[in-house]
Write a protein that binds this ligand. Sequence first.
Ligand code: ADP
Ligand code: MG
Length: 727
Amino acid sequence: MLELATPVQYVKGIGPRLAAVLAGKGIHTVDDLLHYLPFRYEDRLNPRPIAELRPGEMACVIAEVRTARLFRTRTGTPMFELTAAQGRARLHCLWFHGTYLKDKFQPGQRVAVYGKVEEDRRGEWQIIQPQIEVLSSPGNDQGSDRAEHNSAAAVEVGCIVPIYEAAGNLSSRWFRRVIHSALENLTAEIPEPIPKSVRARMGLIPARQALSLVHEPDASESLENLFSFRSPAHIRLIFEELFSIELGLEWKRRQQKGQTGIRFRLDDRVRQVIKRILPFHPTTAQKRVLKEIANDMEKPFPMRRLLQGDVGSGKTIVAFQAAIIAIENGYQVALMAPTEILATQHFLSARRILEKAGYRIVLLTGSADEGHKREIRRHVAHGNAQLVIGTHALLEETVEFEKPGLVIVDEQHRFGVLQRLKLMRKGADLNPNGRTESAVPLLPEPDVLVMTATPIPRTLALTLYGDLDISIIDEVPPARTPIVTRRVSDQRSPEVWEFVRQQVAGGHQAYVVYPLIEENQERELKAAMQMYKELSRRIFPDLKVGVLHGRLDAETKDSTMRFFQRGEIQILVSTTVIEVGVDVANATVMVIEHAERFGLAQLHQLRGRIGRGAAKSYCILMTSGKVSEEGERRLHALARTNDGFEVAEFDLELRGPGEFFGTRQAGLPTFRIANIIRDRQLLEAAKREAAAVLDGPNAELTQQEIDLAIAYMRTRWQRQFGLVEVG
Ligand code: ADP
Ligand code: MG
């Protein structure tokens, strides 16, 4: 008998060699194999008579092969044509470049054909590039394994047949057979990780039944439900996966609350300090989130909070206020930024705003010389520096704090959930506890505040940040005029440059961004530099034009940024290094070259660099050449709204969750079956149910069920994400 945990090589039909192939697909156990779901189903219970086909329908036809031949079109393309028939009714199947099919078919074979029906020039039915499967061959049905063959054949016709994505040489049909055999030999009882009361509320069928039915649906199952992953079997399996993710996140969240944190005091004295340094009146939203943060900080367990707010919503000052609370309580604060430019900018504004309070603030960047860095690290270790600002890499790895109280991670959207969990742990590692052989009394866990500028759609937030409490700044600071976004072809660039000139003449500044695609760094950088030359020498020879890109050394980047901040550079040509965080209120124009190549989130981030002052701002999306349909939709969406949440929702829909954050964002949990767009509602339900389960036993829920669910969740998390520390 097979169990779910049995390695696949023990399934009949899979030996060590094929097991290795499957391992490459992430299929190691029977459980993995049974979660390799069909991507569609064929109705071979009611296959279509050829005579009744309709043009345009997706049809499954079972017929007999009459002729099969390879020929060339007039242009020389090799074509494979197979004609299948039911009596006199004929169906022609055509494959472009079908040479590989040459010896696969013989007259007399029964085949199942699936595809879109069309009428050909002769007025007969044809399907181009159909999917096809040989069901039986004349004379081929005898043999030693005949009985077995028949049992397998029973899953090929006369039922709703699952179609799997082929993997290398392993065809859909092969998967069908081994999965059938796995199901036949699977123990009757398999562990049920979802508590009974949850199953009842959600109307879920048992796990064992779901695994059978998803691969071998009952004849009575609605095809529509099967196609849309909404059959009871699908719902059960999808819910199970989401439930386990949400259980893990919720568990982690509660566990963090169980640790000893710092009980910061927020008294009138601290309030006074905060009040004194504020350079402006905070918005209502800023006040509200600060209160949420301060509440957390006063609690005896560590804060794990996400501060979410669109670009320009004013997160920095909130972070500084939190820093004051920690520092006034005698603790040190670490502020991590994703880039040196941003770290430096935070350092400059921290000095401007916080030094009034007499704090010692240091900047630690990778490019500073070793001696200087050592010196700073020493200050930090001795508690001389109260606010330490640096890049993530730097603060994570090389700094020991004397008394860390608060870790702030800025622009978190560049990291996925897995990286973040690591970062958090590292953040907590700033705590000397872990390192010293513990003669020292244990220090409490520092608070962690992560900030993100990407407004994450709620569904994603649930999965990505389910272990965090969330604060949202949903209001922009006053006296902002909405940004006007226009899309123009680069053939009209002279007009664009003229417009930039006018804005500069009016005392404003402009960005011209040449977005860099990472894969093409060298070439793109060249193009950007070319652009810079063109702009500085030919188009704006009379203006001060600066350039900024990732390859410049830190000092040059620094001074360029400073010049721009002081208005001594009027036009800043840049690659996407300015995407995050850069804050120059006087800049009112953002010209983005090749806007069609970039993702919505990134364009929105770039646009967020302007519109930071009272003057009207303009974002000009320049496109080059023909723009794809999807590109058009992106640009259109951006021109239509300034609302980051709307942009994000749209982006998620357009690109799907996997790519939502671009290629850098590898840390999204990958699901075996679930799709957080399609399964939004199940996700919400899973979150609710997970929380209820962790609330503890009650009349309908036993401790044993809870333990089982948690144990199952742990193995899932470990296997799927390699995160041993969860739970
Ligand atoms: P982000 O949330 O993108 O990090 P910042 O913190 O950089 O935004 O703030 C954007 C700009 O708005 C900064 O110039 C900041 O000084 C300014 N700002 C923030 N809050 C307010 C406020 N309440 N009133 C006026 N200006 C503000
Ligand atoms: Mg910021």
